[in-house]
Design a protein around this ligand. Sequence first.
Ligand SMILES: [Zn+2]
Length: 487
Amino acid sequence: MPVVQSCVSRSLSCCVLLSLLVGTLQAQMPAPAKPSSARARRTEGTVAVRNPQIGRIISEIDARNIESTIRKLVSFGTRSTLSEQNNPNRGIGAARDWLYAEFQKAAVQSGGRMTVEKQTFEQPKATRVPQPTMLTNVVATLKGTQPESVNRVYVVSGHYDSMCNNPTDAKCDAPGANDDASGTAAVLEMARVMAKYKFHATIIFMTVPGEEQGLLGATHFAEDAKKNNMDIEAMFTNDIIGSSLGGNGVREAHTVRVFSEGVPSNETQAEAMTRRSVGGENDSPSRQLARFIKDTSERYVPLMKVWMIYRRDRYGRGGDHQPFLERGYAAVRFTEPNEDYHHQHQNVRVENGIQYGDLPQFDDFNYIANVARVNAASLAALALSPARPKNVVFPSGLANDTVMKWDANKEADMAGYEIVWRDTTAATWTNSLLVGNVLTYTMKGMSKDNYFFGVRAVDKEGNKSQVTYPRPLPRNPASRPPQTAPP
Ligand SMILES: [Zn+2]
């Protein structure tokens, strides 16, 4: 029978009804579904099973812990990457050692699954680094428990360095309460809460320095990961998630922006040619990640709206997700909806009655906790789900039906696959169809000329992977297929 998971409205009764329906239908898998007519399936919204572990994680995230972390980080006076390294009370070294100790405390609850390390390296002279400087990423790794998934990694990051007006001034007070003690505190709180829970895949909770000097800590980590063939399926950076009140006077306590690039930063010439021919500029792995975050977190944290921004970062600006994007990893940036530039990269001072500086009084700790919940729901759902399907292709040939093929996932608890689709002008996946534990499927009566399609993997508990966007196979089977997605 056709297994269409769709919800005409977002009303509770509809979703409850369909949740029950989904449960019933999953019991019937892996029988392949027969599609009904395309037009009949043109409904809005999708529903999915709720995982109770994710609900518990969200409820345990506590704004009071986030506040005390931020106040502690601010108490070190400055966290300039160029500031003192060996003073226990002031400078980036004090912040580094305190964070390391806090992650170790979090790791105690993990039964040995979380390990904490200082990843230290010497940064040579650079534009904002006047002399060679030691930088230290503080990295807490929560090992996955499923053998097939332990090498699949999700990274959540914040930068613990700060700056005032002059990026190379190591002496001035740079409280950095929002930029980026807020992101750092959210990452530490997620580590604290999530350490005691088990996930199939591995999660890395990371705080890095050198962001303000040119994304240096994140670049070192991403480069190291690439060299070691680390399978990072998603990276989140949380940077300036501290305030619900913008410099424009607008308060939005229930919105967070998620920036995702459309055209991949590491796109090759051949991939660009394919994209120009068949589209896909709105279907990069990072855009799929943003859709996953919106779909997942708005189910688990319904009071928070994920505002997807179709851009790598804010206009003309950058963040720690970039070095990951440039190396072919899917990555997004979380940022508050309205920024206040009086409180970013400013010396602390009062001028014409205006308080400048990135002070804790301008943070909204409940808001930061809610952004941490959005992160945690998405991260937990990713690390509990199967890997996204690999090698998803449209075989060549002209047809009014659409054929898709993919490689088998290797997890032992796989239930099957879902085809998702949307109108070419829709922002998010609007429809899904469980097709059973098969490696090819034909959407009868639906042409790939007229819809965007994707495939995701589903396990026996109902956890769903990110979506993989298919690439075309060339008409000449002797030639190499064009790549549209990173490995
Ligand atoms: Zn920042």
